[in-house]
Design a protein around this ligand. Structure first.
Ligand SMILES: Nc1nc2c(ncn2[C@@H]2O[C@H](COP(=O)(O)OP(=O)(O)OP(=O)(O)O)[C@@H](O)[C@H]2O)c(=O)[nH]1
Length: 307
């Protein structure tokens, strides 16, 4: 009866004796390896599986038998250690395997039970889910850390508003802002608190933009950006000043090595003009140059790009 049950088990079962000879091999293993029990019984483990010589599996078998230590082999190191294939095929891809080794004593002799489970379905599902999650993230318009719009969303909004500005001749401005001395912040408080600081600044700056068409985005790293439709350079400079002053007023402690004792922003402003700053690249470059000037002039200030 036990023999029948072991033959019906939906799991590979192999028993090795203390010399590492195969003394039991169930039907599940036979049908997935193409090797009947009569062919492998009596063989040394490494005679049956020479490719496992020097591998983690060989070491685990040795440890189980010599030290009586059970082992669960981590899936990430060797997903398919045994040449096992979908039942009856004996070709194509090996099945993904989870392997457990359990030593046991029978009389004076030590044995090791090797259990092999086919986890191909679980691994396949995991891969599918991971792929779907990655695809969703790539399609997403939200920055994972701060919760405001991401760069992709910003690019789409800027492109849409630029086309509108061309069509209607409406003003359009762009803000690029960067947290001052943020490297010093990370170095002093650690990356995790750096992330928390980025989130606070993002919330603070997004909360100052009130029109539904305004878009606050994380442009990358510690840089933020905003698209302000129907907004002239003068109005944009005022908005930028409100944002700058608001972040300063939060009085978030900065690192001792930072230029200012509290967390501050430098902001570059650029505005659409039909002749010169009439595409995304030119506008972004102008805002970036203005931001660079703001950094050079001592940080915690707003600079508007001029001709
Ligand atoms: N915590 C955290 N830090 C980031 C992230 N992205 C970028 N940074 C850090 O932001 C810092 C930016 O440093 P720099 O570009 O050298 O400039 P800075 O120290 O801010 O100096 P200035 O811009 O000249 O005032 C780097 O240390 C980056 O590692 C992020 O997502 N989280």
């Amino acid at each position: 009866m036990y023999g029948r049950v072991l033959g019906l088990a939906n799991l590979g079962l192999m028993v090795l004796d203390s010399d590492q000879r195969i003394v039991f091999w169930n039907q599940w293993l036979a049908s997935r390896s193409g090797m009947a029990a009569s062919r492998v019984q009596g063989l040394l483990f490494l005679e049956a599986f020479p490719e496992l010589s020097g591998q983690r599996m060989e070491q685990a078998v040795h440890t189980a038998l010599a030290n009586n230590l059970p082992t669960v082999l981590p899936q990430n190191q060797n997903r398919s250690p045994f040449p096992l294939f979908a039942a009856g095929t004996w070709g194509g891809e090996r099945v993904e395997q989870a392997v457990t080794l359990t030593p046991f004593n029978e009389g004076k002799e030590r044995f090791c039970l090797v259990e092999v489970a086919d986890v191909s379905n679980t691994v396949g599902r995991e891969r599918l889910l991971r792929g779907q999650a990655e695809a969703l993230r790539a399609q997403s318009y939200v920055d994972g850390l701060t919760g405001i719009a991401n760069r992709r969303h910003f690019d789409v909004a800027l492109d849409r508003e630029l086309r509108r500005a061309h069509r209607q001749g409406a003003p359009l401005s762009l803000l690029l802002m960067d947290i001052d001395s943020f490297k010093a912040y990370n170095d002093h408080f650690g990356h995790q608190q750096g992330d928390a600081c980025l989130t606070l600044v993002a919330e603070a700056f997004a909360s100052r933009l009130q029109r539904p068409a305004d878009l606050a985005a994380r442009y990358g790293g510690e840089e933020f950006a905003a698209v302000l439709p129907d907004t002239s350079a003068e109005q944009a400079a005022q908005h930028a000043e409100v944002i700058r002053a608001y972040v300063e007023s939060l009085k978030m402690a900065h690192a001792p090595k930072a230029v200012h004792s509290h967390v501050t922003l430098s902001i570059g402003v650029a505005s659409f003009d039909k002749e010169r700053l009439n595409d995304a690249k030119a506008l972004l470059e102008a805002a970036d140059r203005a931001l660079y000037t703001a950094k050079r002039e001592g940080r915690n200030c707003v600079i508007v790009a001029r001709d």
